[in-house]
Design a protein around this ligand. Sequence first.
Ligand code: GDP
Ligand code: MG
Length: 252
Amino acid sequence: MRIHLVGGFLGSGKTTAIVGASALLIEKGVSVGVVTNDQGRSLVDTELIASAGIPATEVTGGCFCCNFPALQEMIGRLERGTRPGVIFAEPVGSCTDLIATVLNPLLASNPTGRQIGRLSVFADIRLLRQRLFNRPLPFSKDVQYVFDTQIEEAEILVLNKSDLLPPDAARETLQKAGERHPEKTLLLQSSLDARDLARWVDVVQRMTAARGTRPSPWTTTGTPAERWALPGMMLPWKSISPRTGERRLQSG
Ligand SMILES: Nc1nc2c(ncn2[C@@H]2O[C@H](COP(=O)(O)OP(=O)(O)O)[C@@H](O)[C@H]2O)c(=O)[nH]1
Ligand SMILES: [Mg+2]
């Protein structure tokens, strides 16, 4: 069973992508479960996911990062229940320290049969573009800090809602993001487009298989302590495909 953690700001498109990706996986015969998270009582996401026919459990009353045992319990419930091949876990949009508080603890406490994926962080490409080009964001400094730290700890950074920018601006943003974050895997994506979702699924699935159980070297300062070594592949990235936005790996 694989666990994919999907972080990012409220409204960046996490639930949309999870529902769409789940449908693609289910079509291929892979069973899926989702763990949602909200600090309030009413979990709109859980209802949305459940109404799509996807088994969902929820961690309420606190984020994953401050309630790790509850997350473990909910993963365990899905494992014992519908036994999904893939679990997506969507933390609340204000979580900023997922590698240290969720991902690495999951890796450290990993029972047999689980594979922990790399952290995908979704960002609304319009906001990311503002930030990368040093234009003001419509947030307070504190909220901007949350936005920045989420981006910094992303292992896979999804520049989502690419359909809402002219293609040239979207590609320019991808290029700039690549210069700013050369070690991250970047995806230019519209989560309303099944092909883009299929590519995200493919990337998270492939990279999960490659991780093993080593802790993530990433920190919220964005400095990897080591370079990833993927079987049969070597970083750094060779190029970014101008057509699809996917980074191509240099074969090693
Ligand atoms: N145009 C566009 N809208 C999107 C995309 N992804 C999500 N949305 C919309 O953005 C809104 C917030 O999405 P949601 O998945 O709930 O975001 P979350 O808070 O990160 O889970 C919804 O109205 C979605 O339909 C995208 O790629 N393109
Ligand atoms: Mg959501």
